[in-house]
Design a binder for this molecule. Structure first.
Ligand code: 13P
Ligand code: SF4
Length: 342
């Protein structure tokens, strides 16, 4: 994936020798010319990771050269939170967005958590504040608050429990309540409401990437490509989900592809997800939507390298607030994972 930055490190014989085995893993999706720009960074990052005793975590929406070449662990929001909780590494480099790095720091207060670009935000996290949550609690006294991890630590601190798209139904049902407040993603909340008898109170938050998909697009896709299997993320609007063959988190979509091996598949989610699977499943034809998350795209190889060189920017959370937010995240990690909330 082309970045806005100039990739300036030289591609030497030593770099070629150290990285050639990694190129094999991306050769279908990264051209040789692009690789010669990336490889010097990949080689340097690998060296610094060892020196710093660092682990690189990458979300499924990161671009191929990060996801397949420098990440030690890849996954959805839940997998990354669990990996952050379990890692013996001293330093965590989060290749994802701010709320993911904050979640890693909540679970590892003594460790250094680096986010290569602090401006990597999220429209869902921006859609709600701690004051909004307090107002919801006042409007629905005694109703527990289930908060999608795509939120700030301040919002998590006002919540009873967190969830991700992989475990949302299981978390809602784990509370044993007749009604829950489910924030901030209106579409994920609507989807969860179709899977449970628990009454769901929603908020008006949306993912700026998934909200752009429309039911008409999916219908047209099916007309143009008969037999195509459509997998959709539950952050998409209800009309999109109603026209999908399968609805699930990024990891659930990956599991579907691995197990069922459809000949032709459309991944109705952030564009990089399909790109990251092209090399792993050469026999499958992936239709890649062009909806990119501008926040995920802020993370680049030069910024990862700079973060490891300078050990900046680090995530810091005020300890009293972190303690309250941690409780909500830890409660989530104790709930059974519901791999396919469909
Ligand atoms: P999951 O990785 O939990 O499926 O969430 C998708 C997403 O939008 C993360 O930003
Ligand atoms: Fe947030 Fe959507 Fe980007 Fe995920 S894809 S980080 S939910 S804006």
């Amino acid at each position: 994936m082309i970045t806005a930055e100039r990739l300036a490190l030289p591609y030497t014989d030593a770099v070629a020798a150290a990285t050639e085995h990694l190129y094999a893993g991306v050769r279908r999706s990264v051209t040789r010319a692009e690789w010669e720009l990336y490889a010097p960074y990949v080689a340097r990052i690998e060296t610094l990771k060892r020196e710093r005793k660092a682990v690189v975590l990458a979300h499924h929406y990161q671009s191929q050269e990060i996801y397949r070449c420098v990440a030690d662990i890849v996954g959805d929001s839940l997998t990354l939170a669990q990996a952050a909780a379990a890692t013996p590494a001293d330093t965590i480099v989060m290749c994802g967005v701010h709320f993911m790095a904050e979640t890693a720091k909540l679970l590892n207060p003594a460790k250094t958590v680096l986010l290569p670009d602090l401006a990597a935000g999220c429209s869902l996290a921006e859609s709600i504040t701690a004051a909004d949550v307090r107002a919801l609690r006042a409007a629905y006294p005694g109703t527990p608050v289930v908060t999608y991890v795509n939120t700030s630590a301040a919002v998590k601190a006002e919540s009873d429990v967190c969830c991700t798209s992989a475990n949302a139904v299981a978390v809602v049902e784990s509370l044993g309540a007749r009604r829950v407040i489910f924030i901030p993603d209106q579409y994920l909340a609507a989807h969860v409401a179709t899977k449970t008898s628990v009454e769901i109170v929603t908020w008006q938050g949306h993912c700026e990437v998934h909200e752009r998909f429309t039911a008409a697009e999916i219908i047209e896709l099916r007309e143009m490509h008969p037999g195509i299997v459509v997998l959709a993320h539950p952050e998409c609007p209800p009309g999109v989900l109603a026209n999908a063959d399968f609805v699930g988190s990024t990891t659930a979509m990956l599991a579907y592809v691995k197990e069922r091996r459809p000949a032709r598949v459309a991944m109705i989610t952030e564009c990089a997800m399909a790109g990251n699977l092209v090399d792993a499943f050469p026999e499958i034809e992936f239709m890649q939507p062009c909806n990119l998350c501008p926040h995920m795209r802020r993370i680049t190889l030069p910024k990862i390298l700079r973060a490891l060189e300078t050990m900046q920017p680090q995530i810091e959370i005020e300890p009293a607030l972190a303690a309250r937010a941690r409780l909500a995240v830890e409660r989530m990690t104790r709930v059974r994972r519901d791999a396919a909330p469909t």
